[in-house]
Design a binder for this molecule. Structure first.
Ligand SMILES: NC(=O)c1ccc[n+]([C@@H]2O[C@H](COP(=O)([O-])OP(=O)(O)OC[C@H]3O[C@@H](n4cnc5c(N)ncnc54)[C@H](O)[C@@H]3O)[C@@H](O)[C@H]2O)c1
Ligand SMILES: O=P(O)(O)OC[C@H](O)CO
Length: 345
């Protein structure tokens, strides 16, 4: 019998914990394929005088980031990325994107080159005038192959087994890895689709967050559903246009998968980026303050991505082709008036 695969989850926030619940159950369902214990990296913090790792390991609940949902007993919280990843064959990266460089650096040289990873991170890295999806960052830093998973997946709904779909984007010729990750994630209420497009899936997940900020602005302004639909349509066009420069990106990923159009819809109606952007217009408070006040320790991804994309496009003199991305940035960072959101569209 082939060796069973050991799974590690690098991250334990709102989505990380929802995913740990699914993966923890599925490794037991496919006990011939996977080792039963799933280690999950938890960035340690104290909650009412107790360590979060200790709470998760005794009460089987992430009381801060996914309260009210029980995690399977075979999910073990570990307080370091190295401790979680040690001996793992399959690694799931599910952290807010700003923490990935540090975490990956701590894992350098400690992950087997035959291990395989999947990135669930909705963000991009912009550095020295270059842009990279996190599946590429992880591959380069750790030397192991990395796919991407993204979709219309509000974590709290998934954690309650409300129906949703998701998409795994895999590397050219590496469907076998995607099929293994399919077994880790697919359930009757969390249906996994596979596409050979790791960059398209990753970019959909990152860029929809910028559009969601724009959609939240329309909510804050009280502009109604037609305006929000227009922002979403233009946003989808800009997402596609931006992504077509990347190798192997398929137009159908944007229009036919959960990672594309479906995630854009859910995020513009039910996501945290939308919620904070609405409050930004209504209260005049900064996004940093709103993140703390409204998200209980969870992290916004859209504002940072709007800034990173703006930097990248400006350096290349391409801002004029992206009026929505540009307006979102101007309003979020440059004291632009929210009412001017559509004036240049
Ligand atoms: N929450 C969702 O509904 C959802 C759904 C799909 C995808 N995603 C994406 O998944 C990724 C992870 O999101 P999430 O919701 O699990 O996280 P989150 O927003 O709940 O973020 C909090 C997490 O960050 C950790 N953290 C805080 N400071 C840290 C540090 N210095 N180093 C390392 N970790 C630190 C916290 O311990 C916690 O686990 C993001 O890219 C997000 O866009 C989220
Ligand atoms: O809450 P948001 O805005 O980070 O979006 C959550 C998920 O990405 C929706 O699929």
């Amino acid at each position: 019998m082939p060796q069973r695969q050991r799974l590690a989850i690098i991250g334990s926030g709102n989505w990380g914990s929802a995913i740990a619940r699914i993966a923890g159950r599925n490794v037991l369902r496919y006990s011939d394929v996977f080792e039963p214990e799933v280690r999950m990296y938890v960035h340690e913090e104290m909650i009412d005088g107790r360590k979060l790792t200790e709470i998760i390991n005794t009460e089987h609940e992430n009381v801060k980031y996914l309260p009210g949902i029980k995690l399977p007993d075979n999910v073990l919280a570990v307080d370091s990325p190295v401790g979680a990843a040690e001996g793992a064959d399959l690694l799931i990266f599910v952290l807010p994107h700003q923490f990935i460089p540090n975490v990956c650096n701590s894992l350098r040289g400690k992950v087997s080159p035959t291990a395989r990873a999947v990135s669930m991170i909705k963000g991009v890295e912009v550095r020295d005038g270059q842009i990279r999806i996190f599946a590429d960052v992880i591959e380069e830093l750790l030397g192991c192959k990395c796919s991407a998973l993204s979709g219309a997946n509000i974590a709290n709904e998934v954690a309650q087994d409300k129906f949703s779909e998701t998409t795994i984007g895999y590397r050219a010729g590496d469907r076998a890895t995607a099929e293994l990750f399919f077994k880790v994630f697919d359930t009757p209420t969390f249906r996994v689709g596979l596409v050979e497009d790791v960059a398209g899936v990753s970019l959909c997940g990152a860029l929809k967050n910028v559009v969601a900020i724009g959609a939240g602005f329309t909510d804050g302004l009280g502009w109604g559903d037609n305006a929000k639909a227009a922002v979403m349509r233009i946003g989808l066009m800009e997402m596609k246009q931006f992504s077509m420069d990347f190798d192997g990106v398929k137009s159908s990923t944007f229009t036919e998968t959960s990672a594309g159009i479906a995630d854009l819809i859910t995020t513009c109606f039910g996501g945290r980026n939308r919620k904070c952007a609405e409050a930004f217009v209504k209260t005049g408070k900064s996004f940093d303050v709103l993140e703390k006040e409204l998200l209980g320790g969870q992290k916004l991804q859209g504002t940072e991505t709007a800034r990173e994309i703006h930097t990248f496009l400006k350096q290349r003199g391409r801002l004029d082709g992206y009026p929505l991305f540009r307006s979102v940035y101007e309003i979020a960072y440059n004291d632009g008036a929210a009412k001017d959101l559509t004036s240049k569209l």
